[in-house]
Design a protein around this ligand. Structure first.
Ligand code: F6P
Length: 342
């Protein structure tokens, strides 16, 4: 078989590990050939390809980002986008495509499978961990570890200066990174998009902590968290999937906390640092298992499927199950985090 592979959406640690696993499995075990499309869905639309061999994909397991590069291209917003994808599949003599991405990239794959009969298998990736039908996406564990390390470092400054430090983390509309990172780092309050921010509650909790002799606090806030009664921002630029660029809640919150507590408060935005660098061991192993299974599904012609982690097993599910709604934070986990607030 000849197989295409692409990476779309935000980069994330573990993408190269999947590419390596797909090529190794497909070439060594099945005698197939693999070709990479560059820059997400833009690759097949513009017919930008590069051959992927055992040589060119060796030694990739520890490398962050994606050697195929990526973009947030929505083919359904581009003139003849879907048709051009099918033409590229044909001109490159490809039997199947493996699409790696989050809700947007996999959402396009699902539509392409349904409306254009594209032979596609999806691999769920995102640091946000907000894809349904999989317990975890790879990249998430690495991001959480980066947040944890950052909070560890913030602790020493917060303690030395008697400050409140507000750490803004990514995650889009789901609080997974904030909650896992916050619990692991021992945050004193965690704010997530799933629950509107009750400022009085945050202020009371910080005051309570200071009253029992702790002169500093760490507050983790997810970029998508909103203050109660906060109006939706108008006239914001949207990307081709209709997403706004989030960010800024940390700074807003820090000012409010300082105003209402009188404690010196600063905001820190971790930003793209959370997506950078080498994947953790967990993400390397998960990415490798996903890559091997995706290659197997292609050989079995199980198209329109997505690989997923269920408990400790990797399985395949319909892509639709992964993308039909967002997987928001498990509230039982948030309740565990709350035990340590204040
Ligand atoms: O989906 C991954 C993610 O890092 C989100 O957490 C964040 O909101 C978004 O991508 C940022 O996207 P960009 O890198 O395009 O600014």
């Amino acid at each position: 078989m000849r197989i295409g592979i692409l990476t779309g959406g935000g980069d994330c640690p573990g993408l190269n590990a999947v590419i390596r696993a797909v090529v190794r499995r497909s070439v060594s075990n099945y005698g197939s050939e693999v070709v990479g499309f560059l820059e997400g869905w833009r690759g097949p639309i513009e017919n930008m390809v590069m051959p992927l061999t055992l040589q060119s994909t060796g030694g990739l397991i520890q490398r962050g980002g994606t050697i195929l590069r990526t973009s947030r291209t929505n083919p359904f917003k581009i003139e003849r986008g879907p048709e051009r994808i099918m033409e590229s599949m044909k001109s490159n003599r490809l039997d199947a495509l493996i699409a790696m991405g989050g809700e947007d990239t996999c959402g396009v794959a699902h539509k392409m499978h349904q409306q254009h009969n594209l032979n596609v298998v999806c691999v769920p990736k995102t640091i946000d961990n907000d894809l349904n039908a999989t317990d975890f996406t790879f990249g998430f564990d690495t991001a959480v570890n980066i947040v944890m390390e950052a909070i560890d470092r913030l602790h020493t400054t917060a303690e030395s200066h008697n400050r409140v430090l507000v750490c803004e983390v990514m995650g889009r509309h789901a609080g997974w990174i904030a909650c896992y990172g916050g619990i692991a780092g021992g945050a004193d309050h965690i704010l997530v998009p799933e629950i509107p921010i009750d400022l009085t509650n945050v202020v009371e909790s910080i005051k309570k902590r200071h009253a029992r002799g702790k002169d500093y606090s760490i507050v983790v806030v997810a970029e998508g968290a909103k203050l109660e009664h906060q109006e939706a921002l108008k006239d914001q630029e949207l990307d081709s999937f209709g997403h706004v660029r989030l960010g800024g809640i940390g700074e807003t919150l820090a000012k409010l906390i300082e105003k209402h507590t009188g404690y010196e408060t600063r905001a820190i935005v971790l930003g793209h640092i959370q997506r950078g660098g080498s994947p953790t061991a967990f993400d390397r192993v998960l990415a490798t298992r996903f890559g091997v299974l995706a290659a197997d599904l292609v050989q079995q012609k199980k198209f329109g499927r997505m690989v997923s982690l269920q408990g400790s097993f990797v399985k395949d599910v319909p892509v639709a199950d992964g993308v039909d709604s967002l997987k928001t934070l498990d509230m039982d986990l948030y309740k565990v985090a709350e035990v340590f607030f204040g």
